[in-house]
Design a protein around this ligand. Structure first.
Ligand code: MG
Ligand code: MG
Length: 276
């Protein structure tokens, strides 16, 4: 069943979604080579609980952590652990925040230090594709219009691999609700969109093959060719003319820049890339 949320409900989802953005901006400030991914998870869980929230992911179908942390060729659902971040890594951080009966869900892929230009481009295109998909999240469009727009931009225009096995979703009282929102598909296919639906739009885009596999832990999804993968996600309200993001990348981007400036000697190459 697809829910149409009231104005009040959407404001509660927005509050939770913006707390995800706040958590991810704390993550952005915290990131540097040498830190373990479990330390990021612990910091984020403390931040979520200090702000009166519950980490949506912890215990969800048995997932043991507050964040999904997926490094390099891990697409999504990576376990935080003792791995120490290295210069040149990318790290996708997916976070959910639950408060007042509603979830927010958002993800962001960060570059650690000097990342190869072709991988920085993958991050940029994947982030842009969230907005390209979101532009289609308007009344009387169909889910397939979002799916097609993301696939066309990332796969047809940029020749990246679009993950098929994992999709976006409705979000609200439950973390995952109907409808599914694939990142590939045909225009005009699928459920009709109505103002007040809330969708998590979340392209998972690979530098190489679209094919992925799940590891023995039952969670970690990795690319079959071990090339890097990026993941960006916004909780999005369907509106009359285009989707409205309820989460925000702005505080995350500001924190990223602050972090880069702090580590400017180490990250000098990246500053040039960002300004360009
Ligand atoms: Mg998510
Ligand atoms: Mg999601």
């Amino acid at each position: 069943m697809i829910h149409i949320r009231s104005k009040e409900e959407i404001e509660l989802i927005r509050k939770s979604a913006l707390m995800v953005s706040a958590t991810l901006s704390e993550v952005a400030k915290f990131l540097k080579p040498g830190i373990t991914t479990i330390s990021i998870d612990k910091m984020a869980e403390a931040f979520i609980r200090d702000n009166g929230g519950i980490p949506s992911f912890k215990g969800y179908h048995g997932f043991p952590y507050s964040l999904c942390i997926s490094v390099n060729d891990v697409v999504v659902h990576g376990f935080p652990g003792e791995y120490e971040l290295q210069d040149g890594d990318i790290i996708s951080v997916d976070c959910g925040f639950y408060k007042n009966g509603y979830h927010g869900d958002s993800a962001y892929t960060f570059a650690i230090g000097n990342v190869k230009p072709e991988v920085l481009k993958l991050l940029r295109v994947t982030k842009e594709s969230v907005y390209i998909g979101m532009a289609q999240a308007r009344e009387n469009n169909r889910v397939g219009d979002i799916s097609y727009a993301i696939e066309h931009y990332t796969s047809r225009l940029h020749n990246y691999g679009v993950v098929r096995e994992l999709v976006g979703h409705g979000v609200g009282k439950d973390l995952h609700e109907d409808p599914q929102v694939p990142n590939f598909g045909k225009r005009g296919d699928g459920k009709k969109l109505r103002e007040g639906m809330v969708l998590a739009i979340e392209p998972m885009i690979n530098l190489g093959t679209k094919n992925v596999h799940t590891e023995r832990d039952g969670w970690t999804v990795r690319t079959n060719d071990n090339k890097p993968s990026a993941h960006f996600e916004h909780t999005t309200a369907v509106r009359k003319s285009k989707g409205e993001p309820l989460s925000s990348f702005e505080p995350i981007e500001a924190a990223e820049l602050e972090n880069i400036e702090l580590n400017s000697s180490q990250y000098s190459d990246k500053i040039t890339v960002l300004i360009a």
